[in-house]
Design a protein around this ligand. Structure first.
Ligand SMILES: [Zn+2]
Length: 134
């Protein structure tokens, strides 16, 4: 599989939100591709160390939020029919990963901190607001 197809999935893979058969494809690629393995290990370390470091600045978070919103707007049907989001977390990860790829001016470390932050916030939001029962 192509490196450019694997790399946007590495963050989601790290958080366990990539499902089979994509998960197997990512693992098979990481075993074969030293470059992607290096990227993954760097990313994993950044995510793990980012938990212990100060939260990203408000401006940085706002910038990423806007980028994610831009990605969302580009997906036809997504914003119009939020009820059809079957895997909202996976979508957020994918949007965050591709948004981060667009933010060339932001350092890799800052991007990863933001993605880890978004992932943590998304998980917390889902826990705090379970689907309403009627
Ligand atoms: Zn690769």
């Amino acid at each position: 599989m192509d490196c450019s197809l694997i790399r946007p999935d590495l963050v989601a893979y790290h958080f366990g939100s990539v499902e089979e058969p994509s998960r197997g494809a990512v693992e098979a690629h990481l075993v074969e591709c030293r470059e992607c393995l290096t990227v993954y290990l760097a990313l994993k370390r950044e995510i793990e160390t980012a938990r212990a470091s100060p939260a990203p600045s408000q401006a940085a978070r706002e910038r990423l939020r806007r980028a994610v919103a831009r990605e969302t707007a580009r997906c036809p049907g997504m914003s119009a029919a939020p009820g059809r989001w079957r895997r909202p977390l996976a979508f957020i990860f994918a949007a965050a990963a591709s948004a981060a790829a667009l933010l060339a001016v932001v350092s890799v470390r800052a991007q990863l901190q933001q993605m880890a932050q978004i992932a943590a916030e998304s998980a917390a939001r889902v826990e705090r607001h379970p689907p309403a029962r009627h």
